[in-house]
Ligand binder design. Structure first.
Ligand code: CTP
Ligand code: MG
Length: 234
């Protein structure tokens, strides 16, 4: 294995506008414990990778200068920046152009999930080393579930047949790069769906973490801040 192939890569996508969060400032730049959310995400990912690794940070064009000001203000060392696109899919795709082909493990992580869990990262690496096409952290669904039917009615479904999917998700560079060559479909809401649609269906599921929730709405940021205040050790 060459030196280049031994490196672990991580793409942190943070080019979204945070429509559901509903503030003018995209959620990844909002304050969490005295600095922007994204700095906690990057720092915790660095700590969790704990091996020769390179992180790419995907930002939208309009926020690159702002991020650079934030890094100066907080004395933060930014990873290499990639310009994102209109969809998460496009943002990941842009970053993949910078990752060399080969068998290197590539994590893809949402910038809006600041509390990266080192245990999840090591479970994913272990699963991928078993030769699967990809590895994902999942959580049991807490609420009861119903399925919408075509006539507008709904029916209860078996909750135990489903799980909720988190990030980071892990693949080898070659598989991820090949999968992202396919045309975009709105069903591609995460990286596993892209890889699966390309025919790579051998995906390992590992236990996720309650701490790695995605900040989607305002209440989620309050929850994450509370978790940080609880001195969560990841
Ligand atoms: N993301 C991205 N590029 C996009 C859209 C999303 O890099 N064009 C990133 C977000 O910044 C976020 C992650 O993908 O870290 C997960 O997306 P989501 O939670 O949906 O964030 P937003 O798209 O920003 O929020 P919303 O869907 O509410 O607009
Ligand atoms: Mg979105």
């Amino acid at each position: 294995m060459s030196e280049q192939e031994e490196k672990i890569y991580c793409i942190i996508v943070a080019a979204g506008s945070g429509r559901r969060f509903g503030s003018q400032l995209p959620k990844q730049f909002c304050d969490l414990g005295g600095r922007p959310v994204l700095m906690t995400t990057i720092e915790r990912m660095h700590q969790a990778l704990n091996e020769p690794s390179e992180i790419f940070l995907v930002l939208s064009d309009g926020f690159v200068d702002y991020w650079s000001e934030l890094c100066t203000r907080y004395g933060f060392d930014s990873p290499r920046i990639v310009i994102g696109g209109d969809t998460r899919w496009q943002s990941v795709r842009n970053a993949l152009d910078l990752i060399p082909p080969g068998k290197s493990p590539v994590f893809v992580h949402d910038g809006a999930r600041p509390l990266v869990d080192a245990g999840v990262v090591s479970r994913l690496l272990e699963a991928l080393s078993g030769g699967v096409h990809g590895a994902l952290p999942v959580m049991p669904v807490a609420d009861s579930l119903r399925q919408w039917l075509a006539d507008g009615s709904s029916i209860a479904v078996d909750r135990s047949a489903y799980c909720a999917v988190q990030t980071p998700q892990l693949f080898t560079a070659d598989i991820l790069k090949q999968a992202y060559e396919m045309p975009y479909s709105p069903l591609m809401t995460d990286d596993a769906s892209v890889v699966e649609m390309c025919g790579y269906g051998d995906i390992a599921l590992v236990d996720g973490s309650e701490y790695t929730l995605k900040i989607t709405r305002k209440i989620d940021l309050d929850t994450v801040a509370c978790m940080l205040g609880c001195d969560h050790k990841s």
